[in-house]
Ligand binder design. Structure first.
Ligand SMILES: NC(=O)c1ccc[n+]([C@@H]2O[C@H](COP(=O)([O-])OP(=O)(O)OC[C@H]3O[C@@H](n4cnc5c(N)ncnc54)[C@H](O)[C@@H]3O)[C@@H](O)[C@H]2O)c1
Ligand SMILES: O=C(O)C(=O)C[C@@H](O)[C@H](O)[C@H](O)COP(=O)(O)O
Ligand SMILES: [Zn+2]
Length: 362
C-alpha cells in the first residue's frame, strides 16, 4: 500500500510535505526563515488556477507577484533576464524568498533564477502540475534550455522546502496529467516492479486519495535515489531512463507545429529505450510488450519524417550522461531494475535508430 504522506520516510535534507488547505506548513517555514521580501513566481495559468487558492495564506506577508509566460519555449535565458531585472527593480536581497508556484518549467527556471541572483537566495517549490509534484520539484536539478539543448545550462541546488497540494492537479488539461504520468511510469520501471501492475490505468482526477498515494510513492522512489547520489555521479542516472532519446525527440519537436510535452517525449523515449533494453540487456519480450501496452494507447506519436537522423544523432551525442565517443544510456534489465552507464558506441547508432523507429511506430 502506498503511504499517504511521504514526510516520515524521506531522506532529503529539506522538507517535502503535503500541504493542507490552510498551507500552515508554508507559513511556519516563512516565519522561521526571517525573510525580507517575499516573491511569488507564477505564469498565466497558475495565476488563474492556483494563486487564488494560495493567496489567502500568504496575504499577511504582502508577497510581490512576478508573472512569466507559460510553456517550455519560455524556459530560456531571456525569461530569466526578465525575472532578474524585476528582482533588481523591486529591491530583492539575499534575505528574500522566492516561491515558485507552477509546473516543472517554472520550478526549474525559478530555482535557477533564485540560486544565481546575487549568488543565491532561498526558494520554495510549490509544484502545481502532476509532473512537477512527482518529479521536477524534488532533487534540486535547476536550469533552462540552451541552443536547442534541454536543460543545457543549470545547476544542482536544493530548495528550502517542497510543498505539495495534490488538488492543484484538478485544473490541469488532460494532456498535462498524461505527461506527468510518464514520469510515474518511469519511476516504477527503474526501481519498483511492485507498483507496476497498479499503474496500468490512471485514476480519475476526482479520486484525490488515490492520487495522493501515487504521488507520495513516486516521490519516495525519486527521493531515495537522489539521496544516494545528489549530483548524478552514478545512481541518479537511473532517473534519466527514457530521457536520452526523449530529450532529443522533445527538442526536435520544437520546430514542428505540434511540439511534444516533456512527458510525451519521455513516454516515446521509454519505449525506445525499453527496445534497446531488450536488445542489450535481455529485457524479456513479455515485459517489453507490457511496457508498450501501458504507453502506446495513452500517448501521441510523432511523425518519423520530422526526425531526420542527421539532426537527431548530433543532439543525442550532446546528452549530459555521455563520455567520450559512446552514448551512455540508462536501460532496464527487467521491470523495476534500472541499469545506468550502459555504453553504446557511435558505431552502433543503427541500432539506436531502430529503437526510435520502433517507438514512433514507423
Ligand atoms: N528538475 C527536474 O528534476 C525535472 C524533472 C522532470 C521534468 N523537468 C522539467 O519540467 C518541465 C515540464 O514540467 P511540466 O510538465 O510541469 O510543464 P509546465 O511547467 O510547462 O506546466 C505544464 C502546463 O500546465 C500549466 N499548469 C501548471 N499547473 C497548473 C494547474 N494546476 N492548473 C492549470 N494549469 C497548470 C502550466 O502553466 C503549463 O502551461 C520540463 O522543462 C522538464 O525538463 C525537470
Ligand atoms: O532528477 C533527475 O535526475 C532526472 O533525470 C529527472 C528527469 O525526469 C528530468 O527530466 C531531468 O530534468 C532531466 O535532467 P537532465 O540532466 O537530463 O537534463
Ligand atoms: Zn523528465
Amino acid at each position: 500500500m502506498f503511504p499517504n504522506d511521504p514526510s516520515n520516510s524521506l531522506h532529503s535534507p529539506y522538507p517535502i510535505r503535503f500541504a493542507q488547505a490552510d498551507f500552515q506548513a508554508l507559513k511556519e517555514q516563512i516565519e522561521g526563515g526571517n525573510y525580507g521580501q517575499l516573491f511569488v513566481l507564477l505564469d498565466e495559468n497558475t495565476a488563474r488556477d492556483c494563486w487564488p487558492i494560495l493567496a489567502p495564506a500568504l496575504a499577511p506577508y504582502s508577497p510581490q507577484l512576478l508573472q512569466i509566460p507559460a510553456g517550455e519555449d519560455h524556459k530560456n535565458l531571456q525569461t530569466c533576464q526578465s525575472v532578474w531585472t524585476k528582482l533588481l527593480q523591486k529591491g530583492a536581497q539575499r534575505n528574500s524568498l522566492l516561491i515558485n508556484l507552477g509546473g516543472g518549467v517554472l520550478g526549474d527556471m525559478g530555482g535557477f533564477v533564485a540560486a544565481t541572483f546575487k549568488r543565491g537566495f532561498d526558494f520554495i517549490q510549490i509544484p502545481t502540475s502532476l509532473l512537477a509534484q512527482v518529479d521536477a520539484s524534488v532533487g534540486g536539478k535547476l536550469g533552462i534550455d540552451f541552443q536547442g539543448l534541454k536543460n543545457g545550462i543549470g545547476l544542482f541546488q536544493f530548495p528550502k522546502m517542497v510543498l505539495i497540494y495534490p488538488p492543484f492537479i484538478q485544473t490541469l488539461p488532460p494532456e498535462e496529467v498524461r505527461s506527468g504520468w510518464a514520469e510515474i511510469l518511469k519511476h516504477s520501471l527503474i526501481a519498483d516492479a511492485q507498483s507496476w501492475p497498479q499503474l496500468q490505468a490512471m485514476p480519475p482526477l476526482q479520486d484525490m486519495d488515490r492520487w495522493q498515494q501515487i504521488i507520495a510513492h513516486s516521490i519516495q522512489i525519486k527521493d531515495h535515489i537522489v539521496d544516494q547520489d545528489p549530483q548524478e555521479k552514478g545512481l541518479r542516472k537511473l532517473l534519466n531512463f527514457g530521457h536520452s532519446i526523449g530529450h532529443a525527440l522533445e527538442s526536435l519537436s520544437w520546430n514542428s507545429p505540434q511540439p511534444l510535452l516533456h512527458g510525451e517525449a519521455v513516454a516515446l523515449g521509454l519505449l525506445a529505450e525499453a527496445y534497446l533494453s531488450a536488445h542489450y540487456l535481455q529485457l524479456p519480450q513479455k515485459e517489453l510488450d507490457q511496457i508498450e501496452a501501458a504507453i502506446r494507447p495513452l500517448y501521441p506519436s510523432f511523425p518519423l519524417a520530422q526526425i531526420p537522423p542527421n539532426s537527431f544523432f548530433p543532439l543525442l551525442r550532446q546528452d549530459k550522461k555521455n563520455e567520450g565517443k559512446t552514448h551512455s544510456f540508462t536501460l532496464i534489465s527487467a521491470i523495476g531494475q534500472g541499469q545506468f552507464n550502459q555504453s553504446i558506441p557511435y558505431t552502433e547508432e543503427d541500432r539506436i535508430w531502430e529503437a526510435v523507429v520502433f517507438a514512433l511506430g514507423g
